[in-house]
Design a protein around this ligand. Structure first.
Ligand code: ADP
Length: 438
């Protein structure tokens, strides 16, 4: 969905080289200065590394300013990000400022210290801001003597600014402090941009999911009404219908049913993705559930003269999960192995167990799946195009739903297949997810 910015690695490796060089220099001459620079670079490098490992944007920003505050011992620190339209900066996270200041501070690009940094992309060290002619209008309730302000830059694009005010020791900032903060900002910018991409991708995914779910709900009611009307005409409740008319009405009815299955599948997938599924968890016997599905689908296999056998343990195999959802998994897989099997084919359903997990395998002698398709069949709406052009009825949602259920149970699903030979779908479920979580 999103692309990580590849620069982060380069930044780290370039910095690692720099640190190595400083270590060498530190060993031979100018000892105190070099040691100080070395330790600043190491701190900056460590902060950058730690921040890059955080997944959530808010977490990433909070950690960043906490670490800067600890390492540099400063009174006030704020991190501002440029808003989407590129004209204003807003404080995202701060230390030493009131909640009100954090909420209300918005700065136009080009105005004030942060705005100047955002516009020019340059860093700033001011020993006494009140004596700096570039920022005459500066004032407010926070007393500032010395300040550092550095851009968060991706290539030449400024995405934000880090402001640091007043050392707790009351001494002024020096060039080394500016260098250290610039190094942290250089690495943090990449981490922040990546975290933002992830956040945007998640928001878009959520919006897409809500949209699908809303539209599906809206389609359900009129579709039911259409189906009822078609059925009434077909059953000649309203009046006689000719054979030709019936034929067309049957086609309409079949397609309405198909659309219905699609809508139900989409709603189900929406529920699964929003984690509103598999809530009715209890201990249940997988063997009992498997036998019930075999019994239900047995007649379908018989219609194609498929021999359906099972290899199941004699004793109960209990797992903690949602029995209805696991039934749905086995039904989908067994249903597919019948649908995509040949006439007179075979299917074997196997269940085995270890102390920790249960494995359910369904092996068929059907059309098989190529390695390229096998990678995609768990995606929603993906359906394999057969060489013969023959297309079985389906929505392309069954395996996507199956995968979501299996994952919600902490399990995994695998497929092994060979074109024209057959397929084996394997589901491995932990027996007790509660133990896994502990
Ligand atoms: P549907 O069966 O509704 O098309 P699924 O999500 O259940 O959707 O399956 C996706 C695709 O994977 C199917 O269209 C089919 O091409 C392929 N497939 C699934 N199970 C099998 C199987 N046992 N043998 C061969 N192909 C299969």
């Amino acid at each position: 969905m999103y692309k990580e910015i590849p620069k982060s690695r380069d930044v780290f490796s370039a910095r690692t080289e720099e640190i190595r060089e400083l270590m060498n220099n530190a060993c031979f001459g100018q000892r105190d200065v070099q040691y100080k620079r070395f330790s600043d670079f190491t701190s900056a490098h460590n902060i950058g590394k730690e921040v890059a490992l955080r997944f959530e944007l808010a977490e990433c920003l909070k950690l960043l300013i906490d670490r800067i505050a600890e390492t540099m011992s400063v009174e006030i620190i704020s991190l501002m990000l440029v808003e989407r339209n590129g004209t204003r900066l807003a404080i995202e996270v701060a230390r030493g400022l009131s909640e009100e200041a954090v909420k209300n501070t918005k700065v136009n690009v080009g105005e004030g210290v942060a705005g100047w940094i955002a516009k020019t992309g340059e860093s700033l060290l001011v020993e006494d801001i009140t004596k700096d002619e570039r920022f005459p209008s500066r004032g407010g309730k926070y007393y500032t003597n010395s300040l550092l302000s550095v851009p968060l830059k991706i290539s030449n694009r400024v995405i934000g600014v880090i402001n640091v005010n007043n050392k707790t020791s009351k001494s002024v900032f020096i060039k080394d402090d500016l260098e250290m903060l610039s190094t942290v900002a250089e690495m943090a910018a990449v981490a922040i941009e990546n975290a933002r991409f992830r956040q945007d991708a998640r928001t878009q995914e959520q919006m897409r999911s809500n949209f699908i779910s809303n539209v599906s709900h809206e389609l359900r009611t009129p579709l039911t009404a259409i189906k009822e009307a078609v059925c009434m005409i077909l059953e000649e409740i309203i009046g006689t219908v000719s054979g030709e008319q019936k034929r067309f009405l049957e086609i309409a009815k079949k397609n309405i049913e198909r659309l219905n299955r699609l809508i139900e599948g989409l709603l189900d997938l929406g529920k699964l993705e929003s984690k509103k599924c598999c809530e009715k968890r209890r201990l249940f016997d997988v063997i009992e559930v498997t036998n019930a599905v075999i019994e239900l689908l047995g007649p379908l296999a018989k219609e194609k003269a498929i021999s359906l056998t099972k290899v199941l343990p004699q004793q109960k195999v209990e797992i903690w999960g949602d029995a209805d959802r696991v039934t749905q998994v086995i039904t989908n897989l067994l249903g597919n192995s019948i649908k995509y099997n040949r006439q007179n084919g075979t299917i074997e359903v196997r269940v085995s167990e270890t102390d920790e997990a249960v494995t359910i395998s369904i092996v068929d002698t059907g059309v098989g799946i190529s390695p390229e398709d096998a990678e995609k069949i768990f995606e929603r709406f993906y359906r394999v195009k057969t060489h013969s052009g023959e297309q079985k009825h389906g929505t392309g949602l069954g395996l996507a739903i199956t995968k979501e259920i299996v994952h919600a149970h902490g399990g995994k699903i695998l497929v092994e297949s060979q074109i024209d030979k057959g397929s084996m779908f394997t589901v491995i479920l932990p027996k007790d997810l509660r133990k896994k979580k502990e």
